[in-house]
Design a protein around this ligand. Structure first.
Ligand SMILES: [Zn+2]
Length: 134
């Protein structure tokens, strides 16, 4: 089987620990602006035109976020797993791998860009529970 493991999400068997580990090679394509350490409390705006998660903005896959006013949930553009990925098994030398499928979603807890994820998590707990139960 001619299989490019760099193309598909899969799990690999770690012969040292006896555990399976999820490998998502396409995640390196995710946009990342680099980690920024904030030394002082910076005043953030409630909207950022360059943010992939803010309402009405274009995500990296060219989809436009809706004008959401509450919790917004969507399938991750660079998900660790895909639901329709190819099924395979690979066993060659020390490398043992199997396909893995799944769905990864992003939850925006608030349309307010200025709130940190943790702040949004606690303040929007009820809305998040509602969003997760559809
Ligand atoms: Zn934002």
């Amino acid at each position: 089987m001619n299989l490019n493991l760099q193309k598909y999400s899969h799990k690999r068997f770690n012969i040292l620990t006896g555990e399976w580990v999820i490998v998502s090679p396409h995640r390196s394509k995710r946009p990342w602006k680099g980690q920024k350490e904030v030394v002082f409390e910076e005043k953030k705006h409630s909207y950022d035109s360059t943010c992939y998660l803010c309402a009405n903005n274009i995500r990296i896959n060219k989809e436009v976020n809706p004008d959401y006013k509450d919790v917004f949930v969507f399938i991750n553009d660079f998900a660790a797993l895909q639901k329709d990925s190819k099924s395979f098994e690979f066993n060659q030398g020390l490398l043992k791998a199997q396909s893995e499928q799944g769905i990864c979603k992003v939850i925006c807890f608030s349309p307010d860009h200025s709130k940190s994820s943790i702040t949004k998590l606690f303040k929007s707990r009820i809305n998040t529970q509602r969003a997760c139960c559809f």
